[in-house]
Design a protein around this ligand. Structure first.
Ligand SMILES: C[S@@+](CC[C@H](N)C(=O)[O-])C[C@H]1O[C@@H](n2cnc3c(N)ncnc32)[C@H](O)[C@@H]1O
Length: 242
């Protein structure tokens, strides 16, 4: 049974919506977020109809439409959606959950989701829904913290962080679940997706101090290519058959 605390997630993001961008759209956070976004943008068809699940304040949608196309975002937190609408008034934003998408079948060419999948209570339902709303030949690209030795201590760290009241955008006990390559591959394949590719990305972490972050950024492409065991985000890309 899933231990994901969806109500707590919603309340948390409603509470931090006003400060979210000071974390992911400033200084190291912007570099970190742009790095992940570029991985997704390079895998998705450009200038098409995009749905971004767990869109937050609209950071990814606004980057995607720089290449043309139209963006739709969906998020469980109403306050995050309010922020997204302000950032990107030309796009559409809706409050809802990834597990039950309020869109017609075959309405998007691309589906994205950044830093959200570990919060999803019913991943099978979300992938069935993304498959339904994608047009034939459409692409999904998703990036989230992955399961490996490097990330094994994170849930405990978050529990401690919450107990000692650390003020941090993500450091709370939400019962998150991290997936490894095999689990991701199975989830996407079972949902009907083809050409499933699972890779590791990210080495420079937003919580590193500046000199360490700058060094990690420099060697990040090498790490991702040659030593992926040191990268901590899992990146999945797949297609709906034509
Ligand atoms: C770490 S933030 C990432 C936001 C955005 N994707 C970004 O890259 O800046 C996680 C977001 O996922 C949303 N979220 C969590 N669970 C969700 C679910 N089941 N369905 C839709 N949104 C969800 C949260 O409200 C929050 O805005």
């Amino acid at each position: 049974m899933s231990s994901i605390k969806q109500e707590k997630i919603r309340n948390h993001y409603d509470t931090i919506a006003d400060t979210y961008d000071t974390h992911y759209d400033h200084h190291r956070g912007r570099n970190y977020h742009t790095h992940i976004s570029n991985h997704l943008i390079n895998s998705l068809p450009k200038g098409r109809d995009l749905l971004d699940i767990g869109c937050g304040t609209g950071l990814f949608v606004s980057k995607y439409i720089e290449h043309g196309g139209h963006g739709t975002g969906l998020d469980i937190s109403e306050k995050m959606v309010v922020k997204a609408r302000k950032r990107c008034p030309q796009c559409d934003f809706t409050v809802g959950v990834g597990e039950k998408l309020p869109f017609r079948s075959e309405s998007f060419d691309a589906v994205s989701s950044l830093l959200v999948f570990s919060y999803v209570k019913d991943p099978e339902a979300m992938l069935a829904e993304t498959y339904r709303v994608l047009r034939p030949g459409g692409t999904i690209a998703l990036c989230t913290l992955g399961k490996k030795l490097l990330t094994a201590g994170i849930p405990a760290l978050y529990q401690i962080g919450e107990k000692i009241k650390v003020k941090h955008v993500v450091m709370k006990d939400f019962g998150e679940y991290y997936y490894n390559e095999k689990e991701m591959d199975k989830l996407f394949t079972d949902a009907g997706y083809a050409d499933v590719s699972v890779k590791w990305c990210s080495f420079a972490h937003i919580d590193m101090i500046d000199p360490l972050f700058n060094l990690a950024r420099k060697i990040e492409p090498f790490v991702e290519k040659r030593v992926p065991s040191l990268a901590y985000n899992i990146f999945v890309c797949a297609k709906k058959a034509e």
